[in-house]
Design a protein around this ligand. Structure first.
Ligand SMILES: N[C@@H](CCC(=O)N[C@@H](CS)C(=O)NCC(=O)O)C(=O)O
Length: 205
């Protein structure tokens, strides 16, 4: 099975990291092929055969190819043996999906691209205004120990890489510290094998 699973993307990407976390949590061996979308001239030309939009990640299992993280992680969960990555309970599963879409629509868009990315470039951070609302809502929706249900799920895999980038920014870290539940969850997540294995290079800088 080992080399039949391939992931294409860069280790700085939150979406690539979500897939890597899912693969490790599921216990699936895989090969990561580096694709740098920010390289001069963009990703290699033949990468567009896998993803015509030039976004990462893309995924291949034997001859089956996929892009879009939601589809990739659902496939990983359903195609391989190992712990289930979505709650069985209908309400907990709905909550997990809600949090995953909130991560796409709010956290990635406004806190990764509106806080972390401009901060790194020394520019104003328009997303900071929205951080309290978004983090407060996440804190309200999250379960006691996990984002949804009573064990790790894809909702945890989605939110963690995004909040790590928020926490690298001093102003983002200060806003996160206002939410004791989220802070505790971040600490708990930080010692998981899948999280350690997929660390961003600037995570502990
Ligand atoms: N909806 C896509 C989003 C993936 C995405 O936005 N990836 C970023 C890197 S984290 C990317 O490739 N950005 C380049 C671009 O949008 O052109 C997914 O869920 O996989």
């Amino acid at each position: 099975m080992s080399n039949s699973v391939e992931l294409f993307g860069a280790d700085y990407s939150v979406y690539v990291r979500i897939c890597r976390i899912a693969l490790v949590e599921k216990g699936v061996d895989y090969k990561l092929h580096p694709v740098d979308i920010f390289a001069d001239g963009g990703p290699p030309r033949d990468y567009h055969d896998m993803n015509p939009f030039g976004r990462i990640p893309s995924f291949r299992h034997e001859k089956f190819e996929l892009y879009e993280t939601d589809a990739i992680t659902a496939y990983i969960d359903e195609a391989f043996d190992g712990p289930e990555l979505m709650p069985r309970d209908t309400k907990a599963r709905a909550r997990a999906r809600q949090i995953m879409r909130l991560a796409d629509a709010e956290i990635y868009r406004h806190l990764v691209w509106g806080v972390y990315v401009p901060w790194k470039d020394g520019k104003p951070m328009p997303g900071l205004e929205r951080a309290g609302l978004t983090l407060g809502e996440l804190d309200r929706l999250a379960g006691q120990s996990w984002m949804a249900g009573d064990q790790f799920s894809l909702a945890d895999a989605y939110v963690y890489p995004m909040l790590v980038y928020v926490s690298i920014v001093p102003e983002g870290r200060a806003q996160l510290a206002e939410f004791a539940g989220l802070t505790r969850w971040m600490e708990q997540m930080s010692s998981r094998k899948s999280i350690i294995f997929s660390q961003f290079s600037d995570e502990n800088a």
